[in-house]
Design a protein around this ligand. Structure first.
Ligand code: ZN
Ligand code: ZN
Length: 370
């Protein structure tokens, strides 16, 4: 916080609060806010009726439940004021107090706090928490590994034909995948994309009423949240496998060969010291050399942790130098509008030696019976 010039973190909705404390705020309109000064005691301002859900934080955080007729914004304002006064009296500087607020805090919360604290300057909390959260510790990698293994079991069922596609709607296939994510140990399903035939060309296609036909490919991208025994906070899985229902066309086979190679080359490029954007560049080069560069319409990957998408981002411009503990997806895709789409996604963790793949389901184009 001192390095980032942030005097007080104000953590509300989003992943920063559970990452730090083990407690996640329900997405209520009532204010939950951890007031965390750079030098002083942390206070969790929480709706009184939510206080019983707050886990024991071992005395690191003081709890300040507020009643239904209290003004929680004034409460937070007073706590920030105390921190500001302490800072001023210690002679650190005469600049206005600088606050870092959760990116996912309600806009209404921010607007009310800005009225309460007109002299303060603001930043997003992620200037402090982002780089810290991006590097996972051993217990976080263990949770990501467990989530990845659970998603793999669903991918294997898909590739093995246990989840039929032919003649079923995307929505039914999606519901099947979602149930299996839960059966495999996730506590929560975050998404189960099924994009068949031309729908696959829309990377985040919402599974709908379209019936999967013979000779088509379907992009299946799914993930959930899994908390290891006793933990209150879960970590995410995210995997994509593209399957063919019956013999795919030569064009699909040729494009998939490019896709598989691009993903393998990108995974092989992951090691400490490499920049996130370089992993994107090597994947993109393979696809571009095959003349399909304009069909690869998204970044190569995203960090993953408590949130499905978080720093670092595997894209030109993200110059994060990879270090052991960085966890992210490697997921090139090729999309031909009106015809088909394909994507191949695994989660990887950077290790001291190189890279660990958290997904091991086969990467070739599985061909299901039609
Ligand atoms: Zn995905
Ligand atoms: Zn992803």
């Amino acid at each position: 916080m001192a390095d980032a010039g942030v005097d007080v973190l104000l953590l509300s909705h989003g992943a920063d609060l559970p990452w730090l404390t083990g407690y996640g705020a329900m997405p209520l309109e009532r204010l939950t806010m951890l007031v965390l000064p750079v030098d002083g005691d942390a206070v969790l301002v929480v709706p009184g009726l939510e206080a019983p859900r707050v886990p024991d934080m071992g005395g690191d955080v003081e709890l300040r439940p507020w009643g239904e007729t209290e003004d929680p914004v004034a409460l937070v304002g007073a706590l920030v004021g105390t921190a500001g006064t302490r800072r001023a009296s210690s002679g650190v500087s005469s600049r206005p107090v600088r606050l870092g607020i959760s990116e996912r805090a309600w806009a209404s919360t921010l607007v009310a706090l800005q009225a309460q604290l007109p002299a303060a300057t603001w930043d997003v909390a992620s200037v402090v928490t982002g780089p810290l959260r991006a590097v996972k510790d051993e217990s976080e990698v263990a949770a990501l590994r467990a989530a990845g293994a659970a998603a793999d079991r669903v991918a294997l069922a898909l590739q093995g034909g246990e989840i039929p596609l032919l003649g079923r709607s995307e929505r039914d296939v999606s519901a099947d995948i979602a149930q299996r994510l839960l059966d495999a140990g996730h506590q929560q399903v975050n998404f189960a994309i099924v994009g068949s035939g031309p729908n696959g060309a829309s990377p985040h296609h919402q599974a709908g009423s379209r019936i999967v036909g013979p000779g088509e490919v379907a992009v299946c991208d799914f993930g959930g949240t899994l908390a290891l025994g006793g933990d209150t906070v879960g970590y995410c899985s995210d995997i994509t496998r593209t399957v063919a229902v019956g013999e795919p066309s030569p064009e699909v086979v040729a494009a998939y060969e490019v896709l598989e190679r691009a993903q393998a080359v990108a995974v092989a490029a992951v090691r400490p010291g490499v920049r996130a954007e370089e992993v994107d560049a090597v994947a993109r080069e393979v696809v571009a050399e095959a003349g399909l560069g304009d069909r690869f319409i998204h970044r190569t990957g995203h960090g993953i942790g408590i949130e499905e998408h978080e720093a670092p981002y595997v894209v030109a411009g993200d110059r994060t130098v990879l270090a052991a503990g960085h966890a992210f997806s490697v997921e090139p895709g090729i999309y031909v509008p009106g015809q088909f789409g394909m994507r191949l996604e695994d989660i990887v963790v950077v290790t001291e030696q190189g890279v660990e793949l958290l997904n091991t389901a086969p990467r070739h184009l599985a061909v299901l019976d039609a």
